[in-house]
Design a protein around this ligand. Structure first.
Ligand SMILES: Cc1cc2nc3c(=O)[nH]c(=O)nc-3n(C[C@H](O)[C@H](O)[C@H](O)COP(=O)(O)O)c2cc1C
Length: 246
C-alpha cells in the first residue's frame, strides 16, 4: 500500500501534545494543502483562522467545554463557512447575494469546510504532526465569533488542534465496513446486526485499552443524539445573517 493510503488508514485523534511549536514552513505547507482543495462552484466559501496565541487558545479550550488539548497544542485552526467573502464578489458583479437565506448555503459551507478539514488533517499527519478535529466550538459559537472577530455571514463550523504528539492514541475500530460501503442501493436490513457487532467490538476495545468509562457505540451516540446538544447553532447562525428558507 502506498504511503498516503497507509497514513490515512492509520488515522487516530490525538489528545496529548508537546508544547514544541510547529515551524512556520511546516505549518504553511499544511495550510496550503487545504487552500488548494476544491470548493463548490469555486466559491471558496471557507476561511481558516489560525490561532497560536496561548491566551486565545486557552479561551477556545474553555468555549469548547474544557478541552485541555486545545490549550496544550501550539496551533488551533478554526474553519469558518464564509459567505461574507462571497457577498463581496457578488456585489462587485452588481448583484445581491441571497443564497445565505437558504439551508443550501449551510450545506455548501459544511461540505467545503469538511473537505478543508480533511485536507488539513492528512497534510498535518504527513508532516509528522498529530491532530484532533473539534466540533466543541459550536457549543458557544457567539463566543468564537467575538474572540475571532468574525463578520456577519460567517460561521465557525469546526476546528482542528495541531501539534507534535506527546502520548499516542490507539486506533479506534469502526463499524463493520458493510454498514459504511453500500453496494448499489442502501442496505438497511443488515444494519441492526452491524450495530450489535460494533457495540461488542467497541466494548472489547475499551477493555483492551483499559478505558472503563468507554461506552458501546449505541449508548454513546444516544448520549448526544437524544437531545439538541448545541442549541446555540441555529439562533447564532440566524444572528449572523443565515436563514433556513423559512
Ligand atoms: C467534525 C468533528 C468534530 C469533533 N469534535 C471533537 C471534539 O470537540 N473534541 C474531541 O476530543 N474530539 C472531537 N472529534 C473527534 C472524534 O471524537 C473522533 O474522530 C472519533 O471518536 C473517532 O476516533 P478517532 O478519530 O481517534 O478514530 C471530532 C471529530 C470530528 C470529525
Amino acid at each position: 500500500m502506498n504511503a498516503t493510503l497507509q497514513l490515512m488508514q492509520q488515522h487516530r485523534s490525538i489528545r496529548s501534545y508537546q508544547e514544541r511549536p510547529i515551524p512556520a514552513d511546516v505549518l504553511d505547507a499544511v495550510l496550503d494543502s487545504a487552500w488548494k482543495g476544491p470548493t463548490s462552484i469555486n466559491g471558496q466559501q471557507v476561511s481558516l483562522v489560525v490561532v497560536q496565541d496561548a491566551e486565545r487558545r486557552r479561551q477556545i479550550a474553555e468555549i469548547a467545554g474544557g478541552q485541555a488539548w486545545i490549550a496544550q497544542a501550539p496551533v488551533f485552526i478554526t474553519l469558518v463557512a464564509d459567505f461574507y467573502k462571497t457577498r463581496l464578489g457578488v456585489a462587485k458583479a452588481g448583484a445581491e447575494q441571497v443564497i445565505h437565506h437558504s439551508l443550501e448555503a449551510f450545506a455548501v459551507g459544511a461540505v467545503d469546510v469538511g473537505i478543508a478539514l480533511g485536507n488539513l488533517m492528512t497534510a498535518a499527519r504527513a508532516a509528522g504532526l498529530g491532530i484532533v478535529p473539534i466540533g466543541g466550538i459550536r457549543r458557544d459559537p457567539q463566543a468564537m465569533i467575538k474572540l475571532l472577530q468574525l463578520p456577519k455571514l460567517t460561521f465557525p463550523l469546526a476546528g482542528v488542534v495541531m501539534g507534535y504528539v506527546q502520548d499516542d492514541s490507539e486506533l479506534k475500530p469502526r463499524m463493520p465496513r458493510a454498514s459504511f460501503v453500500h453496494k448499489e442501493t442502501y442496505q438497511a436490513a443488515a444494519l441492526p446486526a452491524h450495530i450489535e457487532a460494533y457495540d461488542q467490538i467497541l466494548q472489547q476495545h475499551w477493555q483492551d485499552i483499559k478505558r472503563p468509562d468507554g461506552k458501546p457505540w449505541s449508548a454513546n451516540t444516544a448520549e448526544y443524539y437524544q437531545r439538541i446538544y448545541f442549541p446555540q447553532v441555529a439562533p447564532v447562525a440566524r444572528q449572523q445573517g443565515f436563514g433556513f428558507d423559512k
